[in-house]
Design a protein around this ligand. Sequence first.
Ligand code: ADP
Ligand code: RBF
Ligand code: MG
Length: 382
Amino acid sequence: MSTAKALKKVVAAVILDLDGTLIHTDGILGDVLKALLLKYGKQWDGREAQKIVGKTPLEEATIVVEDYELPCSTDEFVTQITPLLYDQFCNIKALPGANRLIKHLSDHNVPLALASNSPRAYVESKISYQQGWKETFSVIIAGDEVRAGKPSPDIFLEAAKRLGIEPSRCLVIEDSLPGVTGGKAAGMEVVAVPSIPKQTHLYIAADEVISSLLDLQPEFWGLPPFDDWIDGTLPLETWHIGGPVVKGFGRGSKVLGIPTANLSTKGYSALLSEHPSGVYFGWARLSTQGVYKMVMSIGWNPYFNNTEKTIEPWLLHEFDGDFYGEELRLVIVGYIRPEANFTSLESLIAKIHEDRRIAERALDIPLYLKYKDDPYLKGSSL
Ligand code: ADP
Ligand code: RBF
Ligand code: MG
C-alpha cells in the first residue's frame, strides 16, 4: 500500500488487546446476554453493546443489571452468565487480520504482549481455541492481575515492565475507548481499531485510527512492513455470501454511473459484523448468466453517511438490463482498501474505477483466478 505517510515513531514492542481487537467476542456476548435476559423476561437491545465494550465482566454486569432493572445482584448475574460464556468461547472467531498480524510480528521477533481487561481464566480459555497464540505472547496479563483495569494504565505498565521495554517504546493496539485511554495514560503509542462503527471521532486520543487490522502499517512504527500485498491487493481466506439481488438506494447507476447489485443483509448480520467495512473483490455468479469478476464495498459508504452496513458488488461486465430478484453468489478472495470519505463525487468515482482496475488485473493471477471454480459458485440451487 501507499507509504506516502511518514514514520510516526519507532517502537520496540507491541501490546495487543484481546476482545474486539484480536477476536470477535461481541458475537457470542450478544447471544449470551440475549438468552439470559430472556429468562428475566427482558429483551436484549443490541445498542447496549456500546456501553460494555472494553469493560471488565463485573462492570459489564453492573451496567446490564442496572439498565434492565434485573431482580438480582451483580454477583448473582456474574455467576449466571459465566458458565454460559465459557460454553461459547470455543465459537469466538479471530478477527480478520489477527492471525496475520501475530504471525508477522512473531516471525520478526517483535516482543508481543497480550493485555486484556478480562479475568485470567477467561483469557486462558479464549486463547486456547486460537491455534498458536499462547506460545506467541511473551507476556499475557489479565484484568484481575492488576490493581485496576483499563482505563487505568496499570495493565499496560505491567506489560511493559514484564517485557522489559520502556512504556514510551511500546505500541498498543486497542478497539475500545477505555483501552485507548489506558494506553495513552501509560505513555504509549496507541493505534485504535474501533469495533463499534462510526465512532472514529471519539478516538481523538489515539495516535492513529484504522478501520481494521488489515490496514495496519507496521512500518509507520519502525516495525517490519507486511510483505503479503500483491499488486495492490491483500489475499484473504475466502468467504462466501449470496442471495437475491435487492433494491438499494437507486444511487449507484444514477449518481455514480456505477451499478451495484445489492444483497440483502438479512440473515447475514453475524457475517457482516465479523467482516470489517472496506473494498473487497472476488468472483460473482449470477444464476442465469455466468461467473464474473467483481469488486465491492462493504460498509456505511462514508461519502453518503448511510445508517446501515450494506454489501454492494459491482459486477465487471456490461449487462443488457437489470437483474433484481436473481440469485447472486459471491466468493470474496481479497481486500483492497478501507472505505473512505471524499471531498467530491468525482474523486469517489475515480477511486472506485481505480479499485475496478486493481481487481480486474488481480483476478487474472492464478492465486485469485482459481476461485472462479469455487464449488460455492456452482451450488445446486443455481
Ligand atoms: P440499487 O440502488 O437498487 O442497487 P443501482 O443503481 O446500484 O441500484 O443499480 C443496481 C442494479 O443494476 C443491480 O441490482 C442490477 O440489477 C443492475 N446492474 C446492471 N449491470 C450491473 C453490474 N455490472 N453490476 C451490478 N449491477 C448491475
Ligand atoms: N462509498 C464511500 O462512501 N466510500 C468508499 O470508499 C466507497 N468505495 C467503493 C468501492 C467500490 C468498489 C464500490 C463498488 C463502491 C464504493 N462506495 C464507496 C460505495 C458507493 O458509495 C455506493 O456503491 C453508492 O453509494 C451506491 O449505493
Ligand atoms: Mg446498488
